[in-house]
Design a protein around this ligand. Structure first.
Ligand code: ADP
Ligand code: MG
Length: 384
C-alpha cells in the first residue's frame, strides 16, 4: 500500500517539474495541544492511507443519527500528514523537488494556509530542535550545491519580508515600509535586503530573528502575527559555460510563505468574497482567494493588483512556477468549523492548473574574445 502511495507521489512530482500541471496540495494535522486535552476535546480528523482526510464532527453513530447530520466526509490530497509526521517527512514530500527545480532555474513556491494556531509557523519555520521547511530547504539547497561544486558557480540570496495591513516590511532590516515597483523581472519591493547566504548555520538564527520582527497583534499579545504574512524568498543564481563555451546564466526563485490566519476569511465564491470586503478582514488573504478562484475558473484576468500579497506572489501563483499548498489543521472538535473551511479551501486549490514554463535561462551566444573570457573568469572567481 505504501509503495503505491509512493509511486503516485513520484508521478505527480514528475508532472510538476516537467510542464503543464496543477498545484500540489497537502494537509498536515498537528498534535492535540494541552489546552485541547484538558477540556476533553475529541479528535475529529483521521488520516487514511497517507492521502485521505476523513472529517467527522461526531464521536459515535448515535450522535449523528440523533442530530440528523451527515456522518463525515472524505477528501483526497497529494499526501496528508498525521500528527506523528516529522518535519523531515513534510519537507521531503512537499518541497525537496522544488529545491531541485530552483537549482535548474525554475521558480517554486510553498504556502502554508490555515487558522491561527493550526501549525503554519511550526511547519514553515519550526523550532531550533525541529527546524521546518524554510530551514530544511536551505540546508538541502546548500548540500545540493556542494555536490555540484565542480561546475559553474552558485550564489544564494535570501530576503524575508512581511505583509501586514497592506504594508510591506523587511524582516531582515526593520525600518520604513517598502514600496512595490514593477520592473522587467516583475514586481519587486524596492530596497529589500538581499542577504548573501554562505551556510545553513547562520540562516536559522537569521530567520528566527526575522520572525521576532513580525508584527504582533495588539489584542493578542501572546500570539505573534495572526494577521501578518511572512515571505521568505530564496534566489539562486548559477553561472557556467555550456559545451560550446557560451555563458549560461540561470536564476531560480523559491518563495516560502507563512500566511496569516485564515479564520473569518473563508470564501469560495465571488459573492461571499464581496460581502466580506469592508469587514475587518485581511485584504491580502481575501485577494489571494480571489486570485485562486479566478485561476480555478480559468479566467483571463487574474486580480493580482488587489493586494500587496498577490502583487508580490504574481510570478509564484499563476505563472511560471511550481506551487505547493500545505493546509494546516487542528485535530480537535473545538476547531471543527475552521478545519472544515480549511480542508474545503485546500480541496478547491487542487483545481488550479498551472503552466510551468522553461527555466529562466539566458544563453549569451555572442562569440567571445579573449578579453571577455578573462572578464568572466574574474567574475566567477569573485563570486566563489
Ligand atoms: P500558526 O502559525 O498556524 O498560528 P503555530 O505554528 O504557531 O500556529 O502552532 C501553534 C502551536 O502548536 C505552537 O506552539 C507550535 O509549536 C505547536 N505545533 C504546531 N504544529 C505542531 C506539530 N506538528 N508538532 C508539534 N507542535 C506543533
Ligand atoms: Mg504563525
Amino acid at each position: 500500500e505504501s509503495e503505491k502511495v509512493e509511486s503516485v507521489l513520484e508521478k505527480q512530482k514528475k508532472v510538476v517539474v516537467s510542464g503543464d500541471s496543477r498545484i500540489l496540495v497537502f494537509v498536515r494535522v498537528r498534535p492535540m495541544n494541552k489546552k485541547e486535552k484538558e477540556v476533553g476535546s475529541r479528535c475529529c480528523v483521521k488520516i487514511v492511507n497517507r492521502r485521505d482526510v476523513y472529517l467527522s464532527e461526531f464521536a459515535n453513530e448515535n450522535d449523528y443519527l440523533r442530530l440528523n447530520r451527515v456522518r463525515g466526509r472524505h477528501f483526497t490530497f497529494d499526501a496528508s500528514f498525521p500528527d506523528s509526521a516529522t518535519q523531515h517527512e513534510v519537507y521531503s514530500t512537499t518541497t525537496s523537488e522544488l529545491v531541485e527545480a530552483v537549482l535548474q532555474g525554475r521558480n517554486g513556491s510553498v504556502f502554508c494556509y490555515g487558522a491561527t494556531g493550526a501549525g503554519k509557523t511550526y511547519t514553515m519555520l519550526g523550532t531550533l530542535d525541529n527546524p521546518g521547511v524554510m530551514v530544511l530547504a536551505i540546508k538541502d539547497l546548500f548540500s545540493k550545491i556542494r555536490q555540484r561544486s565542480c561546475d559553474g558557480s552558485h550564489v544564494v540570496h535570501l530576503s524575508y519580508l512581511e505583509v501586514y495591513n497592506e504594508t510591506v516590511r523587511d524582516l531582515l532590516s526593520p525600518g520604513r515600509p517598502l514600496v512595490l515597483r514593477e520592473d522587467k523581472q516583475g514586481i519587486v519591493a524596492a530596497g529589500l535586503t538581499q542577504y548573501r547566504a554562505y551556510s545553513t548555520d547562520e540562516v536559522m538564527a537569521l530567520l528566527q530573528q526575522g520572525n521576532q520582527n513580525r508584527t504582533t497583534e495588539p489584542t493578542r499579545a501572546n500570539e505573534t502575527s495572526s494577521r501578518s504574512h511572512a515571505i521568505l524568498q530564496v534566489v539562486v543564481e548559477y553561472r557556467d559555460r555550456d559545451s560550446s563555451m557560451n555563458i549560461v546564466n540561470r536564476v531560480g526563485k523559491l518563495s516560502l510563505i507563512d500566511l496569516a490566519g485564515s479564520e473569518r476569511a473563508h470564501a469560495t465564491d465571488q459573492r461571499t468574497l464581496r460581502s466580506l470586503e469592508g469587514a475587518n478582514i485581511n485584504r491580502s488573504l481575501l485577494a489571494l482567494s480571489s486570485c485562486i478562484n479566478a485561476l480555478v475558473e480559468g479566467k483571463k484576468h487574474i486580480p493580482y493588483r488587489n493586494s500587496k500579497l498577490t502583487q508580490l506572489l504574481k510570478d509564484s501563483l499563476g505563472g511560471t512556477c511550481n506551487t505547493v499548498m500545505i493546509a494546516n489543521i487542528s485535530p480537535s472538535n473545538l476547531s471543527f468549523g475552521e478545519t472544515q473551511n480549511t480542508v474545503h479551501w485546500a480541496d478547491r486549490a487542487k483545481e488550479i492548473r498551472l503552466k510551468v514554463s522553461d527555466a529562466n535561462e539566458d544563453l549569451l551566444s555572442i562569440p567571445e574574445t579573449d578579453r571577455d573570457q578573462a572578464k568572466l573568469a574574474l567574475e566567477l572567481q569573485k563570486e566563489n
